[in-house]
Design a protein around this ligand. Sequence first.
Ligand code: AMP
Ligand code: TRP
Length: 345
Amino acid sequence: MTKVFSGIRPSGKLHLGNYLGAIKNWIELQDKTDQAIFAVVDYHGITTPFDPKKYRGQVMDVVLDYLAAGVDPDKALLIRQSKVSQHTELAWIFNTITPVSWLDRLPTHKEQLAKSPKYNHMGLLDYPVLMAADILIYKSNLVPVGEDQMPHIDLANEIAKKFNSMFGQTFEPVKAKLTEGARIMSLQDPGKKMSKTPHQADPLTASKGDGLGAGQAGDDSCIFLVDTPNEIRLKIKKAVTDSGKEVYYNEEEKPAISNLITIFHMLSGKEIKNIEAEYEGKSYADFKNDLAEVVVGFLKPFQEKYNELKKNPDYVMSILIKSEEKAKALAGSTLKEVKEKMGLE
Ligand code: AMP
Ligand code: TRP
């Protein structure tokens, strides 16, 4: 039985990287699996700088993004992580069997610390343990994510194995499902991944207008799913390119153009070699103009649905409440089993 779980932090509006690296996979999976649960992982989101005044809105924005992108409430549960308290309860239990040395060596932890050195707290170190709990509380075995999340999936398996060996067989192995071309890079620096929180300032210490919400409006490195057609055209126009002027795919020689070709390929469905052939003898500018129209056209139905949902907050809330009730029942039964095995019940 295939059970899918995935989550995204509500640290800003979703961008093309999130869509192509994560959500596209989810939409395909929800039709084919026995259980699909997609979460806005709001407890993960507070491990890095965030603005309490904006946070609730950010969570709801991501919920709208999910629904507009095609998460179907008849096929999948759509939940806010913090509303299903069994996630954090199981994380606590996992904390008691997870060596610190499994956590402080993780590349994601090191990267986050480098970005926000002041946020050197337990929550950041413990982030992957909560992620393991998110997955295992539903006995999920398939997790669609981008490749940057692989170390976390490995860790979830280590924790599951250790739990099984200490308290008896409870959890099955978890597999990641990586999307093709999972890594979409920044339009301004193809050496970095497209990211909604590139240099977010600490809201508690930042002066007004000081970078908080960078990764939102005005960020040229990132195409948000709700960007207007003109914003999209401008961002693609300003996207950095490589030396030379030929449009072909080669990540080493042409990292910037290769990234743009990947986006073109994934949104239009055209094969990369056909895209190369189409732009032989044409300029970067021709290619970028067409790419902009591909992106604009692709996002149009998404945006129509998003605007429709935005007008119906009660409907959106009813989806969340129903999903969270069902999720609590599933999570409660795993937690009960875990506690019984540990002599806690
Ligand atoms: P984050 O925005 O870091 O919370 O990531 C949410 C999901 O989107 C995760 O599954 C990531 O692996 C995926 N993701 C984020 N940024 C990118 C990107 N630039 N390219 C591909 N996938 C991404
Ligand atoms: N760590 C993931 C990310 O940054 C988000 C996440 C939290 C997640 N819990 C999860 C993803 C469980 C998949 C399954 O993208």
